[in-house]
Ligand binder design. Structure first.
Ligand code: HEC
Ligand code: HEC
Length: 257
């Protein structure tokens, strides 16, 4: 049975505990406003719960944190969400307008063309962004890295992106992407660099036949018939019957006097 003393102690602990939670929450707890002050693209009638869903959606779609668009650091209660200081916040507004126009004007037009009123697939932030701020294909990103920083940086960048994004939907790390980049570099006259990129593809996907087709063509451009034939032979050994016929044709062409 409880003595009055232990009952008192128990009550004291309860009060203390309650006060502790009160003080710790009152300084750090962020509350979504039911009445926002500075909405220019979202409906002003939006409540805290709806705003929370939208903001968390944008944060996820772009793979960022709140601070990408809003001024502040540390606990959210210390952010200034009303301020328009960050360029990214303005850009996000432009994107909301764009997305709306796509859906309301262009996507809806499909129903008019079909003469139906069926539910349409709508575009949203994630459709394009897939958790990156600048939605680009991996080979585009790497081609840009090549332009600005050169071939060594392409490999560093590839490894960094693979480390950070492998398994996600942002970038395609499957076979073929580096081969496409190599083709582009080769077309621009960068044969050595293109061959290096193909080496990387082979390192990661050595059973991918197409890479040897592109490699053979680059060796041909460099007038290295022996290496070109070796590449085509390798591709032939990995190809489907239809593909291997193409490789055989290249070999025959090079071997005929
Ligand atoms: C991609 C940019 C972006 C990200 C990321 C983002 N926001 Fe926002 N946020 C905006 C924009 C733009 C508005 C204003 C919308 C408008 O003009 O209708 C806004 C408005 C708000 C408001 C209303 C402020 C007011 O006017 O009273 C709050 C609160 C808010 N955001 C919180 C957050 C929180 C918390 C996060 C992180 C979970 C977040 N936002 C992430 C762009 C962003
Ligand atoms: C149709 C494709 C598409 C959709 C839909 C889309 N975006 Fe974008 N967004 C882009 C592209 C492309 C860029 C990069 C443009 C550039 O920098 O040249 C971009 C850039 C941005 C940027 C600027 C990034 C930076 O730091 O420069 C923000 C912020 C942004 N989008 C937010 C959003 C939000 C929020 C949505 C949903 C309401 C959205 N976007 C929907 C294609 C899209």
């Amino acid at each position: 049975m409880r003595t009055p003393y232990s009952r008192l102690l128990f009550a004291f602990i309860l009060v203390l505990g309650f006060q502790l939670t009160l003080t710790s929450t009152s300084s750090a707890q962020f509350e979504w406003p039911d009445k926002s002050e500075n909405l220019q693209v979202l409906p002003e009638t939006i409540d805290g719960q709806q705003l929370s869903r939208i903001m968390r959606g944008w944060t996820n779609a772009l793979g960022v944190r709140c601070s990408y668009c809003h001024v502040g650091q540390g606990p959210l209660s210390e952010y200034d969400f009303v301020a328009d200081d960050k360029e990214a916040k303005e850009k996000a507004r432009a994107m909301v307008r764009m997305t709306r126009t796509i859906n309301m004007e262009y996507i809806r037009e499909l129903s008019e063309l079909e003469g139906t009123s069926q539910e349409r697939v709508e575009v949203n932030c994630m459709t394009c962004h897939r958790q990156v701020t600048k939605p680009m294909r991996l080979d585009q990103v790497l081609a840009q890295t090549f332009e600005t920083d050169g071939i060594d940086e392409v490999f560093t960048h590839y490894d960094e992106l693979r480390e950070a994004y492998y398994g996600g939907s942002a970038y395609d790390f499957r076979e073929g992407v580096l081969t496409r980049l190599a083709e582009q570099l080769s077309q621009q006259g960068n044969q050595e660099e293109a061959l290096n990129v193909l080496e990387k593809e082979i390192e990661l996907h050595d059973e991918f036949a197409d890479v040897y087709g592109v490699q053979g063509q680059i060796w041909e451009k460099l007038e290295n018939t022996e290496n070109a034939i070796a590449s085509y032979e390798k591709g032939k050994s990995l190809s489907s019957p239809r593909g291997s016929r193409w490789f055989q044709e290249q070999i025959d062409k090079l071997k005929s006097p």
